[in-house]
Ligand binder design. Sequence first.
Ligand code: ADP
Ligand code: MG
Length: 694
Amino acid sequence: MQRNIQYIKGVGPVKANLIANQLEISTVGELLLYAPFRYVDRSIMNRLSEVDDLSNYYQFTGKIQAVKEFSFGKKKGFQAVFTDGTGMLPLIWYQRTDWLIEKIKIGTPITIFGKLTIQKNQLQLVHPEVIFSTEKVPNTLVGVYSTTERLTKSGLNSAGISKVIKSILNDSSIQYTETLPLYLREKYKLMDNKNALISLHFPQNDRLLNQAIRTLKFEELFYLQLELLLTKQINFHKNKGFIFEKKTDFLTTFYNNYLPFDLTNAQKRVVKEINRDLRTGSQMNRLIQGDVGSGKTLVALLSMLLGFDSGFQTALMAPTEILAQQHFISIQELLKDLPIRIALLTGSLKNAEKLRLIETINAGEVDIVIGTHALIEDRVKFKHLGLVVIDEQHRFGVAQRSKFWKKNSSLPPHILVMTATPIPRTLAMTVYGDLDVSIIDELPPGRKPITTKHFFERNRLQILGFLRSEIEKGRQIYIVYPLIEESSTLDYANLMQGFEYLCNVFPKPEFQISIVHGKLKPDVKDFEMNRFIKGETNIMVATTVIEVGVNVPNASVMVIESAERFGLSQLHQLRGRVGRGGEQSYCLLVTKDKLSSESKKRMSTMVSTNDGFKIAEVDMELRGHGDIMGTQQSGIMNFKIANLMTDGKVLEVARAEVKAILEEDALLNRPDHFVVKNEINRRMKGKSNWAQIS
Ligand code: ADP
Ligand code: MG
């Protein structure tokens, strides 16, 4: 299986190189997992009159009506006109071979198969697969492989790839090894490895094809989960963490006296999960996933109080100054009667001030530090940092997260990351393999679902009338413009035009309008943002800089201009800026008239649901899961056969079996687990020595 494909009959070094370049496949084993993306049923005969899709493969049966040789340049070709009684089709060969001329004559009954093309407004079939009446039509499913133009030019079109795979499967010197224990294969009716691969590429019927696919998916997901769980176990054993022991109990004081509302059940559950983690002696690496407005900040605060009560410093890092400031203000307010020292560390502090603050942090004279990236600067050292909370995780990379690990000379702090990017559970299990995942799947009570409506630009007057009436009720409004690229001057022009237009419609002094975008200086931006937060302005015109985290409960309308230019998850994030108070909130999506079917689907999804997880699923369907923010680097997402969108069930079954195996036989020493041990050793070679778990 590790053999280079150049040694396969009919491949050779040139084609092997091409395949390596174009498909990133170099070994026999890899090519065998290059699955057809669909199958053509060769038992079906089509009619020429029903051809309507050039991406399809067609099969016709009929006879030859005319033949001729032709030349192009110095070479000679051969053409035959085929008919099945419903139409005529030229068949073209660009090499003139004697056997063709010998066998294809006027009146010859023939079956042809292939993909049609158009030349000079006429359909034709170049290099068809030909079956003469004396031969048998392969009465099976034929795999169709995706290929590239360069591969096709070298004879590696779908049929060419199929041929190479066939010669691999016919090569008796290739050894197939079982990777799944026999008892699992029996339990789930899975095929052995060789038969699964044969049926994947050359299925005899639907049933065998499905069984083969099920087998290979199971295998792929089984090893994915095994690798993740083993890695997690290694980390668990490697990274000791602080054990939080209660010395004071300000958490209870706060909970009983200063918490302005009850926790939701989801919040309670997550706090409990965190509390448990902090007492195991291992370092916590936990992700909290909760839709916008689900109250993650409070969970962060309670966790930080756990740290404080155990005598540790804690930190909260936010992706923007505005957000850090908001966290600082609201946490300071909530804790104002408790003897807890809180500080805000951001890049915009004056240098002298910043130095002084860093000194106090390093001396351990501050208990809770809230800040931006400034927190991970090397000179910020802390005295005894017990817990770090990272808000809106998707804005930070893994590298930034790991900088906190070195803040203590003794043990790394516990890490809690929070994200509102909803990722379906199956995906979260794999994307955040190194993190434990907690999900806040409940919104605080009393929230009225946001009403979302889709408008066309020509209905603008209607929208303006609505905005006016909302402002008269005392509400505030966001109007967001797309700014996909920072440098896009056209987008800025639109933003400024929109701003000026609004200033005319809602004139001073009766109305106040703020504007915030990336080209403003940070202090100007903060100033405008704060005017809006304090309720001094009615409308906030902005680019997506306001996308994350900002909390203005009195803002009840979100207008998104050119909404067709935003992705679903971004639209959902933006909508999450409203609906935070007790008032009915609205999200208005404004688009041009003509929309692509994908844009239509995004708009209708937004209008029909507020559920972030549902939206994430549609988003994955539309974009493919590789695109979900931050997952590209993970490398885990390159599945060969499985599809996380649709294979959640298989994933869960595989995961359960892996867990059961590890619980009973952590070192895979049982004879029936030898196949698993061999395979995982091969897969994890050079990654980490999982045997150290013992
Ligand atoms: P997010 O999860 O998007 O970060 P926040 O933490 O900003 O959400 O919380 C959104 C709003 O909900 C805040 O105004 C917060 O005070 C409020 N909130 C949080 N938890 C509760 C609760 N259990 N009951 C009522 N309101 C809550
Ligand atoms: Mg938040």
